[in-house]
Unconditional design. Structure first.
Length: 308
């Protein structure tokens, strides 16, 4: 009967010739969990009533109190109608959210492709020029553009558009940074020790770009001799806070160096990103340079990143 017809509600006695109302309830809910069900009984204890309601019955009415039935019918039908409307609204919202996620991934994909086109133009300009200064500036710009492109690449590949797998992002950024700025004269050894953490995208982006800039500074300025050149990236997850250290075994920074006071483009970018993260930082020159910065993990929503 359930398969052949459409019903608004099922009202069933507890005692039936060959089975009972609980079996009917299971069949009804197995067929359509939204189909309202009222069970009538001559006598039923509290434990049985609780079991019946847990199985999905909308109402249990004793035959000695059948005057409740019309009111129960009206209430149950209204409740089910409201639930159907709510489920339909939820379904539409879920579909809209899915479409928005697809569109947002497409935006990240196109931004990444457009950044790649810009990178290609810069590379062509770099190859045409014999001026070492121009080539150096172009390489610097390529690094920054490609670093931002890697972030967008990770975003459109991710199932979660609000958070980024930080170890994966940092490993890719660090490897690319080392590859684009290393030359054949020196070999650099990169060591990453990064806690497995999912970080909100509005914090992961500036964090990743800071690390990329610091690695760039290490390669460009930290070493003056031919010793084994080591660069390390360490990230510790301290519950509500992240602590990030980028280190090298080079010559060390000048005493009293400050990213806020420095005039170079890289230092300006790092200082701006520190402010964006509301991060504290310190510099140690013991056996090379250690730049450590820390910030509170937050669930930012909306466009908080001024760099992307």
């Amino acid at each position: 009967m359930l398969a052949k017809n459409s019903y608004d509600i099922v009202i069933c006695d507890y005692n039936l010739p060959e089975f009972n109302g609980i079996e009917v309830l299971r069949k009804v809910k197995g067929y359509d969990s939204m189909l309202p069900f009222i069970l009538l009984s001559g006598s039923i204890n509290q434990e049985q009533e609780t079991e019946i309601l847990q199985l999905g019955a909308n109402e249990v009415i004793l035959k000695s109190n059948l005057n409740r039935l019309p009111f129960a019918l009206r209430r149950v039908l209204y409740e089910v109608e409201d639930r159907k409307k709510l489920n339909e609204t939820k379904r539409k919202l879920e579909n809209s959210l899915e479409q928005m996620e697809v569109l947002l991934k497409e935006v990240h994909h196109r931004v990444k492709n457009n950044l790649q086109i810009i990178s290609s133009f810069l590379q062509l300009r770099q190859m045409e020029s014999d001026d070492e200064f121009v080539r150096k500036i172009t390489a610097d710009l390529l690094l920054k553009i490609r670093s931002i492109g890697i972030v967008h690449e990770k975003l459109y590949q991710s199932h979660d558009l609000a958070n980024i797998d930080l170890p994966d992002l940092i490993q890719d950024l660090a490897t690319y940074t080392m590859g684009i700025i290393s030359n054949g004269q020196h070999k650099y050894f990169l060591n990453c020790d990064i806690a497995p953490v999912q970080l909100n995208v509005n914090q992961a982006i500036p964090c990743g770009l800071i690390i990329s800039e610091l690695i760039y500074n290490c390669v460009q300025h930290a070493f003056s001799d031919q010793k084994r050149r080591q660069i390390g990236v360490t990230i510790k997850d301290e519950q509500s806070k992240l602590e990030v250290t980028v280190s090298d075994n080079g010559d060390g920074m000048p005493e009293g160096f400050s990213f806020q006071k420095a005039t170079g483009l890289g230092s300006t970018i790092i200082s701006t990103l520190f402010k964006q993260l509301d991060a504290n930082y310190e510099i140690s020159n013991k056996k090379g340079t250690h730049v450590t910065f820390s910030f509170q993990k937050k669930q930012h929503k909306g466009s908080h990143s001024a760099m992307i």
